[in-house]
Design a protein around this ligand. Structure first.
Ligand code: ZN
Length: 175
């Protein structure tokens, strides 16, 4: 199933959508085709460019307050599949609440991190200070581009320039 990368008027990646929806946006003049595939898109009577990357004509304001649901996959991807405490990339990764839930810690992006099983065990129900473990960066909600990547694991070469420019924004969430 071919998906289309949708860019904001500012060229920021917004989401991925179906070819059909992308075509409708272009057809209604709400978006322009930035990149197209070699093969044309055929309707009953016409031929159109097959959209690959489209850009909205009008800027869409991204609501900052919208919290994306936390999944292990998105969390581990945000933290580069590394334990935030000791930095290991081997072994089983777990989800750790920085402020333990038993102490009122919420399940929000700002309070969950990727932890290896030994560090998680070591921390237990203690606070960061009590456990002696250190966080090198404050956890935060991942940039929207991370969810775009997870939704479209195989990024065709045409999309890479747009996603690459936001790499820095996602990799700084936790070190
Ligand atoms: Zn660890």
């Amino acid at each position: 199933m071919q998906q289309v990368l949708v860019l904001n008027a500012s060229y920021e990646p917004l989401n991925v959508t179906s070819v059909r929806r992308a075509h409708v946006l272009v057809f209604k003049g709400k978006a322009e085709v930035i990149e197209e595939l070699d093969q044309p898109l055929h309707s009953a009577t016409d031929t159109y460019p097959w959209p690959h990357v489209i850009r909205l004509v009008a800027y869409v304001r991204m609501p900052r307050a919208v919290q994306r649901k936390i999944s292990r996959r998105a969390l581990f991807a945000r933290d580069s599949w590394r334990c935030v405490y000791c930095g290991t990339t081997s072994g089983r990764l777990t989800l750790d609440h920085v402020v333990p839930r038993s102490r009122g810690g919420d399940s929000v992006w700002e309070n969950v991190v990727t932890s290896c099983a030994p560090c998680n065990l070591r921390k237990g129900n203690r606070s960061l200070e009590e456990s002696g473990l250190e966080l090198h960066a404050r956890p935060k909600a991942p940039a929207p581009v991370l969810f775009i990547r997870l939704a479209a694991p195989r990024i065709p070469s045409g999309r890479r320039p747009y996603l690459h420019c936001l790499d820095d924004a996602t990799s700084t969430s936790t070190a």
